[in-house]
Ligand binder design. Sequence first.
Ligand code: 6R9
Length: 662
Amino acid sequence: MAEGKTGTTKVLMEETRIFEPPKALAENCNAWQWAKKKGFKTEKEMRAWCGEHYLEFWDEMAKTYADWYKPYTKVMDDSGMPYFKWFTGGKVNVFYNAIERHIKAGKGAKVAYHFIPEPTDQAEKDYTYQEIYETVNKLANGLKSLGVVKGDRVSIYMPMLPETVMAMLACAKIGAIHSLVFSGFSSKGFGDRVDDCQAKVVFTSDGFYRRGKPMPLKPQADEATKGIQSVKNVIVLKRTGIEVPWNDAKDVWFHELIKGQSAECKTEELDAEDRLFILYTSGTTGKPKGIEHAHGGYCVTPAQTLHWVFDLKENDVWWCTADVGWITGHSYVAYGPLCLGATTIMYEGSPDFPDFGRWYKIIQEQKVTVFYTAPTAVRMLMKQGEEWPAKYDLSSIRLLGSVGEPLNPEAYIWYRKNFAYDKAPIMDTWWQTETGCFVISPLPMTPCKPGSVAYPLPGFNTTIYDEEGNEVPLGEGGNIVNPTPWPSMLRAFYKDEVRYKKEYWDMYWKVKPGTYLAGDKATRDKDGYWFVQGRIDDVLSVAGHRIANAEVESSLVAHKDVSEAAVIGKPDEIKGEAIIAFVILKKDVKPSDDLAKELKTHVRTTMGPLAIPAGVYFVDDLPKTRSGKIMRRVVKAKALGNPTGDTSALANPEAVDGIPLI
Ligand code: 6R9
């Protein structure tokens, strides 16, 4: 039953299933080893201490996980709040930490990436730390030869390839600021971002593979950069060999740029606060926001959180399925695993090519031990049925992870069972482009509840505030906030001070200055387990009760016939908003009026009468962002007959056509 002014619905919080981690895992995991060394008796005690002594904690982590050219003199400087500074006085470079120090330590022969092309007739390839070191040095020299210097912006519009990471690293090495734009974005989307950051150089490729077939990318890059004066050169990686338009005055092949360059290049000794990258987040409305991140923080928290949450050990095979063009790819395909010296699987293509067994096959063949993906992918695979995972041996998996959206209990249980035979815990990690690293998540020793992201990680004082800035008691919902800063926090919006302050810092400035407003709603159950309800603007108001769209969706998806659901509010004279559900059914289930009724009853029994959808519509597809988030805003606009805005950045713009007018 939904109730309460703060968006509390009891359905998730009545979850009684608790999954205890395997004893050996809990006992030996990296996080618990540290806790034991420190003398903590319980996980709770450890998390509490690290929050309270967060500066001491991050100081120790910065010294443990990063190598510094020159030690910092101050852990954190809040004198210019909300522009916090970390590790002031310190000199550092994330390239040194990600690659160079491993070479120095004699670990150059270790595989950094095992690359799996999408076309099944192409050979897989290992990239060692040594190879990456040499290629990046040549590339960095190549960038210098084009006149790129410290502080210049370089836009990267490339598919999921090791060279994409190498382009990032080459920028980092010389102090240039990279700005990746997911290669599935339209040329307009890319062009707007290049223009915003005034990039000097653009990286792209001739093309990429989709469903095993080569598709062009360079023409989109040309279209995007046409007329942008700042762009002096376009570096083009040959991936598919297809013909591309060429402009001798500007274009240069990646392989020609590095040919003849020296494999030696001095790494810039940067200030900890020097910018590493700008990443644009689309946000639900308006102009994309260019989130800036700094070198110092990125040398510390992606590696540390990966080491603790996913327990990476020397021989683990890590696979994070996110595209490197998203924050998850930045932190957990590129910087985090490289700083740890880990081996990462990089798969170029989609999970359904040539069939729905592709991911399982990769796990089996590569003996993947730790696997991290998004709920939308889990639900998509769930829709295809248990017969696919059943064909493969997935026994190598020891830990699973999820990110991007709430992992509804139905998908949670399916994921546990089918990916790891119920023996691997799921680390459901809550975080954002802005946070740069996991913030709320279980650790391998945490007993987990389905649908919950457990608790704030050590070093974070993340909590839930009501509108006035009071911490809400357990059982109630409100805004996720970070009252204290953390090393890989966002540093600014690129050239937009006003919006930066307004979006993240103004809300509680008068009562608690320096409190970061995340923009998500959450609740905690009586045991303190966190349940993320979705974005602040994704909360419905039905007859004065606030109901999170995500929870109604979670209820619907728990029904045996439902694969995915999007819930929107339709203006209603009496109730304020009426709940409308758009539902994708599982394979072989036929839509019918009876089924629509049954789904309403199902929501009534699981959530209570207030949450019953006034309408249930069956659709074949739902519009999603490229990172797999359902675009409720677009669904709503289409259903209500309003303009849907620019949908070119969606993964599947055609899905919009299938949304009926209601
Ligand atoms: C890493 C990433 C951030 C937004 C965030 C929240 C949602 C992320 C989640 C989750 C529920 C989780 N989100 N992880 N919601 N449970 N485990 O996705 O970054 O693309 O910036 O999105 O995603 O709404 O505010 P980003």
